[in-house]
Write a protein that binds this ligand. Structure first.
Ligand code: NAP
Length: 242
């Protein structure tokens, strides 16, 4: 398969790449914002998985014209799978005090992801082929006082992806919304709580993408947990501290 990984330096994305490369030989395009980090990711994976090929691409994730140019170039060849993974664990405290910080976080977690998802969908529809996995979060299921800056950006992704899913229905294109629960990656470093193993989460993501699942909760238990959370009436929800 030819696989494009947007934000390939993310731990979750790298675990997905390892999972795919462990099973078969693929052609990977690894996209990131920083040349040296992408090059070291390419070198590391090329050594560990010599039967697959890895090339790196670098761009500004906030620049629509650069995103369009990159996708124009990458989709000149057939693309089988895309994973869109960029994100930042927004500090609600900082976001509440600093509107510049809040704007930058929303730009990355919501706008940049939506631009890549839209651009890839257009290209995939033209080829009538491909699966696109977009990483959202369980945090997007409900607005909570302690993380609504991050959660609302993931909520935007959820609605955006649902629109894309309706748009591609009946075509050869599949769009999957990936909703991890708290997972042990640099994003959650220093946070308190229980975190899933990123390799286990990546395995569920890979399985869900192979099945073209519409929504992939990882670990699976979060589907039930968030169903319950979504059903809590606001008169009760507003009194809860989680
Ligand atoms: N870990 C969790 O608990 C959890 C839970 C639910 C959803 N998620 C989502 O999973 C995805 C992957 O996150 P992760 O947990 O694997 O964390 P991670 O390892 O910290 O990865 C974050 C990624 O985002 C990129 N990034 C950060 N700021 C950027 C910017 N300004 N411009 C462009 N790229 C930027 C990073 O690139 P650099 O390497 O260049 O910094 C890195 O590739 C994210 O969408 C995240 O929201 C994570």
């Amino acid at each position: 398969m030819r696989i494009i990984v947007i934000s390939a330096t993310s731990v979750l994305a790298k675990c997905c790449v390892e999972n795919w490369a462990n099973r078969a030989n693929h052609e990977f395009v690894l996209v990131g914002r920083d040349h040296s980090r992408i090059q070291s990711t390419v070198s590391d994976l090329s050594i560990r998985f010599p039967m697959s090929t890895f090339v790196g691409e670098v761009l500004d994730f906030m620049a629509p014209a650069q995103i369009q140019d990159l996708l124009d170039s990458l989709f000149q060849k057939r693309v089988d799978l895309v994973l869109i993974a960029q994100g930042s664990g927004t500090s609600q405290i900082m976001a509440s005090r600093d509107l510049g910080y809040l704007a930058a976080e929303l730009q990355l977690n919501a706008v940049s992801v939506a631009l890549f998802a839209q651009g890839c969908t257009q290209k995939a529809l033209k080829a009538n082929h491909g699966t696109i996995g977009v990483i959202g979060s369980v945090a997007g299921d409900r607005g909570r006082a302690y993380n609504y800056a991050y959660g609302s950006s993931k909520g935007l992704i959820e609605v955006f992806v649902e629109g894309l899913q309706q748009r591609v229905a009946g075509s050869g294109v599949s769009i999957c919304l990936i909703k991890p629960g708290p997972t042990e990656t640099p994003m959650t470093r220093g946070h308190k709580g229980r975190f899933a193993d990123p390799k286990a989460v990546a395995k569920l993501i890979s399985e869900g993408l192979a099945k073209k699942s519409r929504v992939i909760y990882a670990p699976r238990v979060w589907r039930l947990v968030m169903l319950v959370v979504r059903l809590i009436p606001f008169v009760i929800f507003k009194k809860l501290k989680f």
